[in-house]
Design a protein around this ligand. Structure first.
Ligand code: CA
Length: 265
């Protein structure tokens, strides 16, 4: 009887569930012995340095929330389509988030490369104090009725104890200067200095780069210090599926987290 060694499954969802096992088994026969487990590791401790947040009180549809991290590409994703209220609009603007453990000081720079697959909303969070108090920049491609969030293009809003204030872009002073394209990455830079926001997008950085100075030194409401992260609302399908976010960097205080496979060769 020929003996087989089979590397069975490598399925890695460190923020959800993953299983790695090496299986040594004998070929099929009437007298085959049960599979013998050589190695098992449940990657269920999450992505170190990050926490998934699903705010309470939301009327959630689709989902369930599952944040994913690809250790090879360093990209974060969430593609469950989880959203709130209705596909036409979310009056509550409640959306799930992924928040880093580092607490940024009041002056900081937060950058990332975003790529949309679907046309609903995703983007970046800063000044996170709790699930009801933070700043957010949202990017969406889908056209919706006037006043219906998420707005097409880009929008900066503030939630303060759940109270929503539109700050820049969106419905308050929307300039249709930037709308993301499917599968075209764009680099986002959030710079906060003395409570003034500068928000810049470099679209298609590796193709035909175009810079959009979306907000230039405009005031914010209260401190912007706090945690940073990502959010998603209704993203699934397309190419890439849902969206991807990578090249995440925060200064002067670096993001928390280590490669969960750092001790694996
Ligand atoms: Ca969608």
């Amino acid at each position: 009887m020929k003996k087989q060694t089979l590397l069975g499954v490598l399925w890695f969802h460190p923020l959800g569930f993953a299983l790695l096992f090496l299986l040594s088994m004998r070929g099929p026969s009437a007298g085959a012995a049960p599979a013998r487990l050589l190695l098992e590791d449940q990657f269920n401790s999450g992505r170190p340095g990050w926490r998934a947040v699903q705010p309470t009180g939301g009327n959630y549809l689709a989902g369930p929330m599952l944040w994913q991290y690809d250790v090879v590409t360093g990209l974060f994703a969430e593609q469950s389509n989880i959203y709130t209220d209705a596909a036409a609009a979310s009056p509550t603007r409640i959306a799930v988030m992924l928040i880093n453990d580092t607490v940024a000081p009041s002056n900081f720079t937060y950058t990332a490369r975003l790529t949309a697959g679907d046309d609903d909303a995703f983007g970046l969070i800063w000044g996170y104090q709790n699930q009801n108090t933070f700043y957010r920049v949202a990017f969406a491609r889908q056209t919706r009725a006037a006043g219906a969030w998420p707005f097409q293009g880009w929008a900066v809003d503030r939630l303060n104890n759940g109270q929503i204030t539109d700050l820049y872009g969106g419905i308050s002073n929307f300039v249709a200067s930037f709308v993301n394209s499917a599968n075209i990455p764009f680099d986002v830079a959030i710079v906060v200095t003395n409570n003034l926001l500068t928000l810049t997008v470099l679209d298609d950085p590796e193709g035909a780069p175009t810079t959009y100075n979306l907000v230039s030194g405009e005031p914010l409401q209260g401190s912007s210090g706090g945690r940073v992260g990502l959010f998603t609302w209704g993203m699934s399908g397309g190419t890439p599926t849902g969206f991807r976010v990578g090249n995440l960097a925060l200064s002067p205080t670096p993001l928390s987290g280590t490669n969960p496979l750092a001790n694996w060769n």
